[in-house]
Design a binder for this molecule. Structure first.
Ligand SMILES: Nc1ncnc2c1ncn2[C@@H]1O[C@H](COP(=O)(O)OP(=O)(O)OP(=O)(O)O)[C@@H](O)[C@H]1O
Ligand SMILES: [Mg+2]
Length: 258
């Protein structure tokens, strides 16, 4: 199987403002968000990143998506170094709840706008839009301004817009966050379809049984470090009688006692 995303010894720190130091209840001026982290993903797999709040999942995904620059380490996506931001952006879809859609535009307008940005040919754009809008139920509110949509509806719009260019690597940060169970299932079913098409899907999630259900491999990040990374079936086999949640708790308590 071909490797798609390769993360080697990634380290990312943030300089903290006085206010951030206060929020984090620390006297340290620098926060190490990701600490010498390595992992890779393969074609046709769903990779799940697990970890407590503040573990470094979103930071890792933002580095891969070229939204922020690593301090140290190397990242390649389909063999392309992340320094080549333009090429990387064509390879990937990136979904995170920090990305906000412009409130005054409609889903239809934004879809077309982003398709043009990615040079998607008109006929392909229209066919893909129809497919995605129908699939995620966006057709019903395609002409309603973003500002008038619920957060779940906005999430659906963000998902379809992230896919305008039919990317090979789909990176979704907590994709089912805020979605009702039916829509969440639509999303996870779609991710499984993307995997069947040979694409790589990377998700971060707090939903442990989602990992068991759809992920081929998973990595557990705690305090910016990759504590465990393996095939989900191997993890379950190596920890007889435990589910992913129990395995996660065990690793978390081991780390807390270090
Ligand atoms: N721009 C920033 N400036 C300062 N600190 C930051 C910044 N972005 C992230 N951090 C810090 O880096 C650490 C990792 O954050 P990150 O968002 O990657 O965690 P996460 O694993 O995605 O958590 P969650 O599950 O809550 O989404 C946290 O301590 C966070 O406060
Ligand atoms: Mg996060």
């Amino acid at each position: 199987m071909k490797e798609t995303v390769i993360v080697k010894n990634l380290t990312k720190t943030f300089q903290l403002s006085k206010k951030q130091m206060k929020i984090n209840q620390t006297t340290e001026k620098v926060k190490v968000a990701v600490d010498d982290l390595s992992f890779s993903t393969f074609e046709g797999e769903i990779f799940g990143l697990l970890g407590p709040n503040g573990a470094g999942k979103t930071t890792t995904l933002r580095c891969i998506a070229t939204l922020i620059k690593p301090d140290k380490g190397e990242i390649t996506v389909s063999g392309i170094d992340i320094k080549d931001e333009v090429s990387i952006k064509r390879e990937i879809a990136f979904l995170t709840n920090e990305l906000k859609l412009e409130e005054q535009f409609t889903p239809n307008y934004l879809y077309d706008y982003f398709s043009k940005l990615y040079d998607v040919e008109e006929a392909t754009m229209l066919a893909r839009k129809q497919l995605l809008f129908d699939r995620f139920g966006v057709s019903k509110f395609a002409e309603v301004k973003i500002g008038e949509l619920s957060s779940g509806m906005k999430q659906k719009v963000s998902i379809v817009i992230s896919l305008v260019h039919d990317p090979k690597i789909v990176i979704f940060d907590e994709p089912t966050n805020g979605l009702d169970v039916i829509t969440a299932k639509t999303v996870t079913d779609y991710l499984l379809e993307l995997k069947e098409q040979g694409k790589t899907v990377i998700i971060s999630t707090h939903i442990m049984n989602l990992v068991e259900k759809i992920c081929d491999r998973a990595g557990i990040i705690i305090d910016g470090k990759m504590r465990l990374c393996d095939r989900v079936d191997a993890l379950l086999k190596n920890h007889p009688g435990q589910d992913i949640e129990e395995i996660f708790f065990d690793i978390y308590s081991e780390v807390s006692h270090e």
